[in-house]
Design a protein around this ligand. Structure first.
Ligand code: ADP
Ligand code: ADP
Length: 254
């Protein structure tokens, strides 16, 4: 009953002679806020990229709702990621940035005749066609995502007119607009100044509560991990050193 499980996961990059991640074992509950904490180079991003399905483990397995993610089609992998650098399309406005993935998405629909009855195929099954989402539906989803990140009404704003904190909120809106089960965040506050970082920590925590989805968060900032997480995975040199809640980790100095 875990949303994510990593069992004996090892990762050695092809051009490398050491393990970037070594014997990683973790079970994540649905709705949990889990943070990978550790210094630069300890394997946090590599682990996150394996969970996203961008990288395959050298050995071991990663399960998403009990199923090996390497066997899932790409669109079913938890690829919704927010990075340190917002990676927004600078030439598009806020609406087009957030709606980008939604506009490409196609959903199966039953074909109806002019009387509203289902059209059947030659095997007697309902005939299906793939349709883009209605403009109205996309509009509502974008508007709702903007509400969640507290930037209501920002649809028409060019990205270049937004502050760093606002751009990072747009990146978060873009990641949650598809209603993912899991949100992956790789040092999402790393490029912000201290004041904005503190503010966004609290907002992210509130957002996690409101959305009720699983957050996997990467940071090298101990204070940030302690503020936001349900569970902290302390990493060093590709290994897990400690797993615990902020209280437990704090009692046992890192
Ligand atoms: P962190 O996110 O904790 O900074 P990474 O997961 O990025 O750590 O890196 C873990 C180790 O793997 C580091 O030694 C890094 O140099 C190495 N590494 C990361 N990406 C690659 C790659 N594409 N090819 C080879 N080595 C890599
Ligand atoms: P911060 O306080 O994080 O440094 P800024 O000073 O960049 O943020 O922006 C403050 C406000 O001014 C924000 O609402 C931002 O959207 C707006 N703003 C910044 N630059 C421009 C611009 N070139 N055109 C229109 N609005 C802008």
């Amino acid at each position: 009953n875990y949303i994510i499980e990593l069992n004996n996961v090892f990762k050695m990059y092809e051009n490398s002679e050491f393990y970037a991640v070594e014997n990683f074992n973790l079970k994540v509950k649905k709705g949990e806020f889990v943070t990978f904490l550790g210094p630069s180079g300890c394997g946090k991003t590599t682990t996150l990229r394996m969970i996203a399905g961008f990288e395959l483990p050298t050995s071991g397995e990663i399960l998403l709702n009990g199923r090996d993610i390497s066997l899932l089609p790409p669109h079913k992998r938890p690829i919704n990621t927010v990075f340190q650098r917002y990676a927004l399309f600078q030439h598009l406005n806020v609406y087009d940035n957030i709606a980008f993935g939604l506009k490409l998405k196609k959903i199966p629909c039953e074909v109806l005749d002019k009387d509203g009855n289902k059209v059947l195929d030659k095997n007697g099954n309902p005939k299906i066609k793939y349709k883009h989402l209605d403009k109205q539906v996309i509009h509502e989803k974008v508007s709702n995502a903007l509400k969640i990140v507290d930037l209501e009404g920002f649809e028409k704003r060019p990205i270049s007119t937004l502050s760093g904190g606002q751009q990072q909120r747009i990146a978060i809106a873009r990641a949650i607009v598809n209603e993912p089960e899991i949100l992956l965040l790789d040092e999402p506050l790393g490029a912000l100044d201290l004041k904005m970082r503190k503010e966004m920590q609290l907002e992210l925590k509130a957002m996690h509560k409101q959305l009720g989805i699983t957050f996997i968060y990467v940071t090298h900032d101990q204070e940030e991990a302690l503020t936001m997480s349900d569970t902290i995975v302390v990493m060093n040199d590709g290994n897990i050193q400690q797993i615990g809640d902020p209280k437990g980790i704090y009692d046992e100095p890192i």
